[in-house]
Design a protein around this ligand. Structure first.
Ligand code: HEC
Length: 366
């Protein structure tokens, strides 16, 4: 685009020259304009390979950064389209320039530069038009959030992002389905922030929240490539949040549904014991804990409420709800005698009601 700009400048300079009245001066001016024109034309021809190099770099960058959303392709395509159109225009204008300078038309140098100026202006206008139309198309597409898009709420907090899924599950990681539109609702913070996922070519500027918990901005995206990508954020008061990064996982076909079912767990409105029983089966407790007295990796839950719970350090704990909750959320805090500290933590994965349900269920086992 630099070359087009150079052309325009030269054309403008040349167009001013014929305003001089005297014949001698006019001839001199025409000569000067011609000299300038040749200079600029050379500059333009030199600029063209540079533009080519730029195009190559852009394409290489686009190859490196995956096109992971529907916008990625349209934005990259627009960019490449505009770039090539600019390159094409530069070459055409440079060509005409050289031709006209070498063989001025019947009107002399003045007419030549005027027509050159006119055509450069037409070219520039066409470039702006292409830029505008293509840009407007992509922009319009981004504004209209498709119906049925999966809603995810995004909030910026002290420690980073939190993503809230339709079932109320909150995570620091972004999990997305493939080939399905997702609607992000950004909660306003005390200062404006940006949220971007470069692989999606998505960048959202979220204004300051009007009221606490208010949605400050909506945006949507449709992932088309499974994988793990980076989501970044910047805020004006750069530190300590300079580069907040979160992982955005696009699950392959069916993977999101599986993940969602896993985090959803049993329906929370079940009676506690029933909820606990479902949870015991769904959350994989069965891998390590039986209810029939058999010993697996972990102790059995049979007779939990009436049995003695001796720990590795020799102390004895009461089988209370609090102890069960602690065992689930922080399994390493108290290790049962005769067992290894291999139980994974379920902290943040289970709803409070689910933990309470598990406690009720475990204590109910005779
Ligand atoms: C990978 C195996 C494993 C899984 C899965 C597992 N646990 Fe455990 N759990 C253990 C082991 C081993 C112990 C004993 C060592 C300890 O106290 O950490 C234990 C201890 C416990 C205790 C204390 C037992 C006692 O007798 O005092 C509770 C309660 C418990 N687990 C609940 C659960 C629940 C609920 C789940 C499912 C949400 C679960 N565990 C999943 C391995 C597991």
């Amino acid at each position: 685009m630099t070359s087009t700009f150079l052309m325009l400048q030269a054309a403008a300079a040349a167009a001013q020259a014929p305003a001089v009245q005297s014949v001698d001066a006019q001839a001199a001016a025409a000569q000067a304009a011609a000299a300038q024109a040749t200079q600029v034309a050379t500059a333009a021809t030199q600029a063209a390979p540079a533009t080519d190099a730029a195009a190559a770099t852009v394409q290489a960058a686009a190859e490196l950064l995956p096109k992971a959303s529907t916008f990625a392709s349209s934005i990259d395509d627009s960019f490449v389209l505009i770039l090539w159109f600019a390159v094409f225009l530069s070459i055409v204008v440079a060509g005409c320039f050289v031709l006209l300078v070498m063989r001025p038309g019947p009107g002399g140098a003045g007419a030549t530069s005027r027509s050159l100026f006119r055509w450069s202006a037409v070219g520039a206008f066409a470039l702006v038009a292409v830029f505008f139309v293509q840009g407007a198309r992509v922009w319009a597409d981004m504004q209209v959030i498709p119906r049925g898009a999966l809603p995810i709420r995004v909030a910026l907090e002290e420690k980073g992002f939190t993503f809230t899924y339709p079932n109320g599950y909150v995570s620091n990681e972004l999990h997305l389905p493939i080939d399905r539109p997702v609607k992000f609702s950004f909660l306003g913070a005390s200062e404006p922030y940006t949220f971007s996922i470069p692989a999606f070519r998505t960048q959202v500027a979220v204004p300051v929240g009007v009221r606490a918990g208010g949605i400050a901005k909506d945006a949507w995206v449709q992932p088309i490539l499974a994988g793990e990508y980076e989501a970044r954020s910047t805020t004006p008061s750069l530190r300590p949040r300079a580069e907040l990064v979160a992982t955005a996982t696009v699950h392959p076909e069916g993977g999101y549904e599986k993940w969602y079912q896993d985090i959803s767990g049993p329906p929370l409105d079940l009676p506690p014991v029933e909820l606990g029983q479902r949870s015991y089966q769904m959350r994989g407790c069965t891998q390590c804990h039986t209810i029939d007295g058999a010993k697996l990796v972990g102790p059995t839950f049979k007779g939990f409420a009436t049995r003695e719970h001796k720990l590795k350090d020799g102390s004895v704990v009461e089988p209370t709800d609090a102890y069960i909750a602690e065992s689930i959320n922080d399994p390493q805090a108290k290790i049962v005698e005769g067992f290894e500290p291999v139980m994974p933590s379920f902290k943040g994965r289970l709803h409070e009601l689910e933990v309470a349900g598990l406690a009720a269920y475990i204590k109910s086992l005779q």
